[in-house]
Design a protein around this ligand. Structure first.
Ligand SMILES: Cc1cc2nc3c(=O)[nH]c(=O)nc-3n(C[C@H](O)[C@H](O)[C@H](O)COP(=O)(O)OP(=O)(O)OC[C@H]3O[C@@H](n4cnc5c(N)ncnc54)[C@H](O)[C@@H]3O)c2cc1C
Ligand SMILES: *[C@@H]1O[C@H](CO)[C@@H](O)[C@H](O)[C@H]1NC(C)=O
Ligand SMILES: *[C@@H]1O[C@H](CO)[C@@H](O)[C@H](O)[C@H]1NC(C)=O
Ligand SMILES: *[C@@H]1O[C@H](CO)[C@@H](O)[C@H](O)[C@H]1NC(C)=O
Ligand SMILES: *[C@@H]1O[C@H](CO)[C@@H](O)[C@H](O)[C@H]1NC(C)=O
Ligand SMILES: *[C@@H]1O[C@H](CO)[C@@H](O)[C@H](O)[C@H]1NC(C)=O
Length: 494
């Protein structure tokens, strides 16, 4: 009926006279937060929009800090740099694996360090369990020690260990569905739907305590090893949801890795390669929907117009004003105090006669009187000179540290609004906050909070934006029935 040129000129006319459509030719997508979620969202938005797209969107990322990475960040104690927040990745964290390759980053195996990793469980009075530690650099001896330790752990916890492993493997196996091809994997409009599709939803309706009891773990294994790991990874007891618990236990297995020089480089690299306008030191204070677009105001006094806005940070402790207001289930963040110390522990505090007898990783059982959750050796500088990392639920006072350490040259404290305080059953905030184009990546954090889950959630949000804003749906109310985001030309059906 119409020739192509006629259609195009008609389209031009349409665009000229319709402010809404002209906005959509080169829309602006605004992302709040430059952590793993915000940076991978930018990456996937670009990846799902081939370079042939006529009008690729502008992408802005706002970050209140002066650096990117968010909860991925390093701390430097006397010239040595360590992970201060998110530290370990699982071998099956496939987005992180891919990002590391894409960005030419180096992988570091934490266990390949020169430290022998002895481990002990402290109950406030004694070590109820301790692995053997032999100060030998001979690999053969190390192997025997680690074999002996496996036997030793097995003797204490028995077959229950295998049940625990299969509980974790089953959850990890289900999670792998999120890496299936785009054709086989729907775009999810809610966290509930996303979890149900992978068969993970039920694990969020019951506590880890209930789940491991059903699986048949012994009381000893549950109250010691499982509790210790959950406390280290989420700073919480086994009353967290079964899913957060399974993720936490998965983070204690073999093959764990990190990015050499700091995990935050994944965020930095993704942002660098995604053609993004990055606004550091700029905190967003308000998001107002003004019909067809959002107005974002920042602490710098700037206003930004964005057709699509994505919140890539937990909303729980933010003073972010939404107009109109949004409604999300109440959620508390668990605060983890990370204290870094260069010095040496006091063996007397642990009822021992020599520092060498204190395990490299001290875990703790659930007891409200215990002032810390874990203490681990980050680096051994000399016989009586170490760098340590302490996790605790409350700040570590100087007096307390003076009790635990016999010498302390340097102390650095970080208070993290670390991850959600998990409960069962979990209630999830929506991915789409207002039914329009205001998205919330971190709604997924109630399932589990890790670098990889942030990337998995961001990938889904990218697809959601592409299909809802750029897909056929977005223009169905106008004359144009289909406007393909990835198409090489406009498919106009007048
Ligand atoms: C101590 C600790 C240990 C952890 N260990 C691990 C681990 O070993 N492995 C693992 O996978 N995960 C771990 N995690 C969890 C992991 O860090 C997080 O799940 C993940 O980094 C979250 O990334 P995100 O991008 O969703 O959020 P964030 O990293 O929190 O990013 C949000 C960003 O938004 C910015 N922001 C907030 N509000 C505004 C605003 N109004 N305007 C502009 N910018 C704003 C923040 O400054 C921040 O940079 C750990 C976390 C902590 C705290
Ligand atoms: C840190 O490194 C610098 C230069 O490399 C050196 O001069 C300084 O003594 C070091 N400081 C410590 C505490 O090791
Ligand atoms: C990782 O990258 C490879 C190669 O580009 C790709 O085939 C694979 O689908 C990617 N995996 C994920 C989880 O994106
Ligand atoms: C989840 O629980 C429901 C209700 O108890 C049950 O019908 C369903 O089969 C369970 N799903 C999975 C994947 O286990
Ligand atoms: C950004 O990416 C380019 C390649 O696209 C690379 O040359 C440059 O070093 C990167 N910069 C940073 C800061 O990572
Ligand atoms: C945002 O800034 C604009 C321009 O300064 C102002 O008109 C508007 O009232 C501000 N919005 C909010 C919610 O403060």
């Amino acid at each position: 009926m119409f020739s192509k040129t006629k259609i195009l000129s008609l389209l031009t006319l349409l665009l000229l006279f319709s402010p809404q459509l002209s906005l959509q030719t080169q829309p602006t997508i605004c992302i709040i937060g430059a952590g793993m979620a915000g940076s991978s969202l930018a990456h996937f938005l670009r990846r799902y929009s081939p370079p042939t797209t006529p009008h690729p969107p502008h992408i802005h990322i706002f970050e209140r800090n002066g650096v990117v990475g968010g909860r991925m960040g390093t701390v430097t104690i006397s010239n040595h740099t360590f992970e201060a927040g998110a530290s370990i990745l699982h071998p099956k964290n496939y987005h992180a694996v891919n990002f590391t390759k894409l960005l030419n980053l180096k992988i570091k195996q934490p266990s390949s360090s020169d430290e022998s990793d002895s481990f002990g469980i402290w109950d406030g009075e004694q070590f109820v369990f301790k692995t053997l530690s032999v100060d030998s650099k001979v690999p053969f001896v190390q192997k025997i020690v680690s074999f002996a330790n496996s036997v030793y752990i097995f003797m204490r916890y028995g077959w229950s260990l295998l049940k625990m492993q299969s509980f974790v493997d089953s959850a990890v196996g289900r999670f792998l569905k999120y890496y299936e091809s785009l054709e086989r994997r729907p775009v999810f409009e809610s966290v509930d739907e996303m979890l149900k599709w992978a068969g993970l939803y039920n694990l969020t309706t019951r506590s880890l305590r209930e789940e491991v009891a059903d699986v048949g773990l012994t009381r000893l294994l549950t109250q010691e090893l499982v509790t210790v790991i959950t406390r280290i990874n989420y700073g919480q007891s086994i009353d967290i949801s079964g899913l957060a618990g399974a993720v936490s236990l998965a983070g204690s297995g073999g093959g764990l890795w990190a990015v050499e020089g700091g995990n935050w480089q994944m965020a930095a690299g993704l942002i660098n390669r995604s053609d993004v306008a990055l606004h550091l030191h700029e905190e967003i204070e308000s998001i107002s929907y003004l019909g067809g677009y959002y107005e974002l105001n920042s602490t710098k006094g700037n206003s930004y117009t964005c057709e699509v806005t994505a919140v890539a940070t937990p909303l729980d402790e933010l003073n972010l004003l939404f107009s109109p207001p949004i409604l999300i289930p109440e959620r508390k963040l668990q605060h983890t105090h990370a204290t870094f110390v260069r010095g040496v522990l006091n063996p007397v505090y642990f009822g021992l006669d020599d520092v060498s007898k204190i395990p490299d990783l001290v875990g703790t059982i659930e007891d409200p009187d215990l002032p810390f959750t874990s203490i681990s050796v980050l680096k051994r500088h000399g016989e009586k000179d170490f760098s340590y990392k302490i996790f605790s639920r409350k700040p570590m006072a100087d007096l307390l540290l003076d009790d635990i350490f016999s010498a302390r040259r340097e102390t650095i404290r970080i208070d993290w609004g670390a991850y959600p305080h998990y409960t069962a059953p979990e209630a999830f905030a929506p991915f789409i906050l207002d039914g329009q184009h205001l998205y919330y990546v971190n709604a997924f954090e109630n399932a589990a909070s890790t670098m990889e889950t942030s990337a998995v959630a961001a990938e889904n949000i990218a697809r959601l934006i592409v299909s809802r804003f750029f897909g056929s749906e977005s223009l169905s109310s106008s004359n144009l029935k289909s406007f393909s985001f990835d198409g090489e030309e406009l498919h106009v059906d007048l």
